[in-house]
Design a protein around this ligand. Structure first.
Ligand SMILES: *Cc1c(COP(=O)(O)O)cnc(C)c1O
Length: 439
């Protein structure tokens, strides 16, 4: 205990965590040493202790290595934000800004102007509004257009997304009356036509998000539904969910309907998240016609759902990266998708060369975040077969930074597509350490 307390690598942490906590952490580490079959070298004990103390000191929200192969892992913070975006955000966050100040006129401006220009240009929509997240966007739209009236939605789109957000319940909550049309597998335009009443104020479409219906199915093309809306003067709103702004076929993924597609189809209001396939910070974006967005803006609820300046700065900077395909690669999501199988293989081989128990395997990752539920992304993983994969995965999670792996058929897999290459040496070291004792 005393030797560890006074070790030059350990002693400085006393100031950070306090003497009592440091003693306690040493106690836990010593218990681990006593439980092991062979006592590890002193330096290894010191290294583990330092990792443990660092983890203790930074308890709370912290960065982790996502080795699950799921690009938009909701539990791990969804989309990583592009590093250059922080240059803009840092200045805005640390100082004053023109958040609600029109520098040309010298008078009060709107916080939404900074991103709506960019969103208009990218999506082709007439106007845009940004709120806290996708759920808030839906809530605002329903509260504005559907309170005390009827909303027509097909039965194949009555979704529940993560966190228990059920569309029918949100509808009920906002005082709207849901009018279901079609069946689970089939819906036709005539179903919508028949459901319209003088009390209908909204036609709604929702992305199926986290599931797919296959087989004997029929759906109504969004453009047809938009035309019905125009004929009858009823707004069509589409909950697009992940909000892709580029055609994902460029990255070998199946086609995902883009925001531009929805705008071109004539949808009145399109809602989507900024931290899914857009690759930005958490926010909910609504784009649509000038008149419909104007009605949203005048809803007092906008004030309760408003986004902060840091989010707006990060979102604006991320959207600017969409100007060119090269600048877009600064968004981690696209950089990860663009990695070739050969690159991943080479990285995996380098890691496995340092960890005797590890092998290199081909595997499949996912998009996640409720996007493209059926798509698989070819990837490469470092794999360790062992008797207790859960125990090995738990050890990796307790490292610093923690590593979140995937378990498949008794193997712990570290899928490299979602791991920044800068972490490769840390991954090799953490695996070596975790395998020091039998699992
Ligand atoms: C993700 C998702 C939402 C909710 O968006 P958040 O940003 O998570 O609030 C709503 N609808 C669909 C279809 C989604 O996929």
């Amino acid at each position: 205990m005393n030797r560890l307390l006074e070790d030059p690598s350990v002693a400085p942490y006393e100031l950070l965590v306090g003497r009592d906590a440091l003693r306690e952490l040493i106690g836990v580490e010593l218990d681990r040493v006593r439980a092991a079959e062979a006592v590890p070298p002193f330096e290894v004990i010191v290294q583990r202790l330092v990792t443990r103390v660092q983890a203790h000191a930074s308890a709370g929200l912290r960065d982790v290595i996502n080795a699950t192969g799921t690009l938009l892992h909701t539990n791990l913070g969804r989309a990583p934000i592009a590093p250059p975006a922080f240059d803009d955000a840092r200045a805005v966050a640390q100082g004053y800004s023109n958040l609600e100040f029109d520098l040309t006129a010298g008078e009060r401006g709107s916080r939404y102007d900074h991103t709506s220009d960019l969103l208009r240009r990218i999506t082709g929509a007439q106007d845009a509004l940004v709120v806290n997240n996708g759920a808030a966007a839906i809530l605002l739209i329903l509260d504005t257009f559907a309170r005390g009236s009827e909303v027509v939605l097909a039965r194949n789109q009555l979704i529940e997304i993560g966190g228990g957000f059920r569309l029918p319940e949100v509808l009920a909550r906002s005082g709207a009356q849901l009018v279901e049309v079609g069946t689970t597998n089939k819906v036709y335009l005539r179903d919508y036509e028949r459901a319209l009443s003088p009390r209908t104020t909204l036609l709604m479409r929702s992305h199926q998000s986290n599931f797919a219906i296959e087989g004997f199915v029929d759906d109504v093309a969004p453009a047809q539904l938009a035309a019905l809306g125009r004929r009858t003067g009823i707004a069509l709103v589409e909950d697009l969910g992940s909000g892709a702004l580029v055609d994902l076929r460029e990255y070998g993924l199946p086609h995902e309907r883009t925001v531009q597609d929805a705008v071109a189809d004539g949808v009145s209001l399109v809602a989507f998240s900024a931290d899914k396939l857009l690759g930005g910070p958490q926010a909910g974006i609504i784009v649509g016609t000038r008149a419909h967005v104007a009605r949203l803006r005048s809803n007092p609820l906008v004030r309760a759902l408003r986004v902060d300046k840091v989010t707006l700065a990060l979102l604006g900077a991320t959207l600017r990266l969409y100007a060119e395909p090269q600048s877009r690669e600064a968004i981690p999501l696209f950089r990860m998708l663009a990695q070739t199988g050969d690159d991943l293989q080479a990285r995996a081989l380098r890691i496995a060369a340092e960890v005797p128990a590890a092998t290199v395997v081909d595997t499949q990752g996912r998009v996640g975040g409720g996007s493209l539920p059926q798509a698989r992304i070819a990837s490469v993983a470092v794999a360790v077969a062992c008797a207790q994969p859960d125990a090995l995965a738990a050890r990796l999670r307790q490292g610093s930074p923690p590593i979140v792996a995937r378990i498949e058929q008794g193997c712990v897999l570290l899928d490299l597509r979602t791991v920044e290459p800068k972490w490769d040496p840390a991954l090799a070291a953490a695996l070596t350490d975790a395998l020091h004792e039998p699992v």
